[in-house]
Every structure is written in C-alpha cells, then in structure tokens.
Design a binder for this molecule. Structure first.
Ligand code: SAH
Length: 357
C-alpha cells in the first residue's frame, strides 16, 4: 500500500511523532545538563520565591543577545516538567517566574537526594560514540556495545578508567541515597536480622542507609576490590573486596540492589546460588533481598514502562543484562533453588523482592 492511500492526518501525525522524538533526542538530555552546568537548580533553590527571567539572567550574567535563548531553554524544560512557570506580582505588575518542579528539585547540588551525578554519568559526550555502534553490535555474536565501541567490557573499562569509575560509583551512590527515604517503611522486612551483606554494594550508600535505619544490624559492603579498597568502615559497617561469582560473605540477609539486571540468566543463577550458600544455616532468618525493576506493562503508567524498557535496552546492549517481568524473575528463582518469593513496591521505579530458600 502506497502512502497516497493513507489518510493525510495519519501521515502528518506520523511526521509530528517522528520529529518530536528526533528533536527530543538531542535537546532533552542536554537541556537538563545545561541547567545543572549553569547552576540553575541551585539558584532557584536559594531564591526565596519563584525567579523571573530578568533576575535569573542578571545573576548568571548572561549577555543580552542570549536572553531569548535562555528563555527558550527554560520554556522547553518547563514543558517537560523540569520547571514550573508561575505568575508573580511585582508592585502592580504581573510577571512570569520560574520555580523548581519535583524532578528538578533533585538536581540541586549538595542536598541529600541530589541526582546530579546520575545526569553527569548518563549525559556524557562520548555516549553518542558508544551508541553509534548499535548496528555493528547487532551482528557481533555475544559481545556487548562496550566491547564493540570501546574494546573491553564495561567492568574492565571501569577498572581501567579511574575517572569514569568514580563517576559511575557516584551516580550509583546518588540513586542509593533514595534508600534513606525508601527504607522508612521497611521495618517489617529487616525485623530480627543481625547481619546483612550488600553484594555489589558500591561505595556503601545503601548499606549506610540500612545501618542508620536499623542500628542493631551489622553491614558488610561487598564489591570488586578496586571499588572498595580505599574505603574504611565504621563500627557496624565493613568493606570487603571480592568476586560474587566465586563466593559471598556469610550473613542473615544478602542484599543485591541493581545487580542482577546487569547479568544474563545463567550468570544470575550462579550469583543467586552463591547468595543461597551465604545464608545457609541461618534458618528462618535467612533470605535474599533484591532491589530491582519489575516490568509490568499492564499496571504501570506509560512513562514508568518507558523508563523500564529504556533501561532494558541499555542493560541489554551495555552488559548482556536485562530488566525482567515477574514471570522472568520467578523462573530464575526456581532455577536457582529458591522455594518462595514476595514482591513489594519500594520507590517509583524499583521493587523490593524477597526470596526464600
Ligand atoms: N548496588 C549499588 C551498585 C550497583 S552497580 C547501587 O545500587 O548503588 C553494580 C555493582 O556491581 C558495581 O558496584 C560493580 O563494581 C559491582 N560488581 C560487578 N561485578 C562484580 C563482581 N564480580 N563481584 C562483586 N561486585 C561486582
């Protein structure tokens, strides 16, 4: 069927849809990064009330010829929910002013819940270079997009590039800061346990949140030696370097946050078997807790599913990993020899999955 047989409206809508995504592609990420680079969330955060364009460009010392450009970016950010446009009264005049939204509140630097490091990691100039190898990746048996574009797998690459490694760890750490909020409602999950090992726990942010929320618990952060070697613990927090494919330190509870989505089913089975070994002999107390996404297109909002599917593409291409549905998780737990599991909501995009031997 040729295009001339299609309804004109459908053709035009198709064009709008295509153009929207093509233009978004460059502008969405860069406008967020631009906002951070200029320190706009910080300025707005420190301003007692919504800020007008005139006030903002004056603080930023923007040349006159670029004021209209700044306004353009701010309007786009507001359209995407990264700013709020409000009306304020200046003497008798009514003016437009900008305020932070729930999303851009998270871009204020130096706050407990700042996600600015995640922007730093995900909006890197060379990301375009990596993604440009997608076709080549499709035809190369087994290897990841990292192998194809940068010549080594992601974990190797990170271990050889201290700067990138630091950026990665900081981004993961800021995601884990959310655990301070998320764990507030989780007493029932951690009740009665004395020790926990956070496998792939990075620089220890999640473990610290657990220690703060449950002061009787001894936490071990277990990660690759180059991630933990320079870190020192406290009374109830210990860092241990090692390889989760070899063995995992013993504890009542093994926690894995955003680990299994990095790996294929076969690797996950091996990791989970090692987790099972780590909690063996703990009786009723022993369990494994995953903090991961669960793809659920029927129940999730369209935007949330979009996030999970985009993460799935990233995990698939970068690592041979994936995001999983409940059915896929269940199958994996059974194959690794677990008897039972329970999924509970945790944050906007993460679920808490308890699995029992
Ligand atoms: N759980 C953290 C970090 C997740 S990123 C968080 O959610 O913030 C994945 C982590 O797995 C990284 O810190 C990486 O160093 C670690 N990792 C990768 N391979 C590993 C291995 N073989 N043994 C132990 N940890 C590993």
């Amino acid at each position: 069927m040729g295009h001339h047989e299609c309804n004109a409206n459908e053709i035009f809508e198709g064009q709008v849809h295509l153009y929207k995504h093509l233009h978004d592609h460059a502008v969405d990420g860069m406008s967020i990064k631009w906002m951070i680079e200029l320190g706009i969330p910080d300025i707005m955060h420190n301003h007692d009330q919504p800020i007008t364009l005139i006030e903002l460009v004056s603080i930023l010392q923007i040349p006159q010829t670029k004021v209209r450009g700044v306004k353009s970016l701010l309007r786009y950010l507001a359209h995407n929910g990264f700013l709020q446009i409000v009306r304020v009264h200046h003497n008798t005049e009514e003016k437009e002013a900008y305020a932070l939204s729930a999303a851009s509140q998270l871009l204020v630097k130096g706050t407990d819940l700042s996600l600015a490091p995640m922007v730093e990691l995900l909006i890197k100039p060379n990301a375009a270079h990596v993604w440009s190898h997608l076709k080549k990746w499709t035809y190369e048996d087994g290897v990841t997009l990292f192998d194809v574009s940068l010549g080594s797998n992601m974990w190797e690459f990170l271990s050889k590039k201290p700067k990138f490694n630091e950026s990665f760890n900081e981004a993961m750490a800021c995601d884990s800061q959310m655990m301070n909020v998320a764990l507030r409602g989780c007493n029932w999950v951690f009740e009665g346990m004395e020790s926990i090992v956070d496998v792939g726990g990075g620089t220890g942010t999640t473990a610290k949140a657990v220690c703060d929320a449950f002061t009787n618990v001894k936490c071990t952060v277990f990660d690759q030696p180059h991630v933990v070697e320079k870190l020192s613990g406290t009374n109830n927090l210990t860092y241990v370097g090692g390889d989760m494919f070899k063995s995992i330190p013993k504890a009542d509870v093994v926690l894995l946050k955003l680990i299994l989505h990095d790996w294929n089913d076969k690797d996950c089975k091996k990791i989970l078997e090692n987790c099972k070994e780590a909690i063996s002999g703990k009786g009723k107390r022993g369990k494994v807790i995953l903090i991961e996404t669960v793809i659920n297109e029927d129940q999730d909002e369209h935007e949330l599913t979009g996030l999970k599917l985009a993460m799935d593409v990233r995990m698939t291409c970068f690592l041979n990993g994936k995001e999983r549905s409940e059915e896929e998780w269940k199958k994996m737990f059974v194959e690794a020899g677990f008897q039972n599991y329970k999924i509970s909501p945790l944050t906007g995009y993460l679920s808490l999955i308890q699995i029992y031997p």
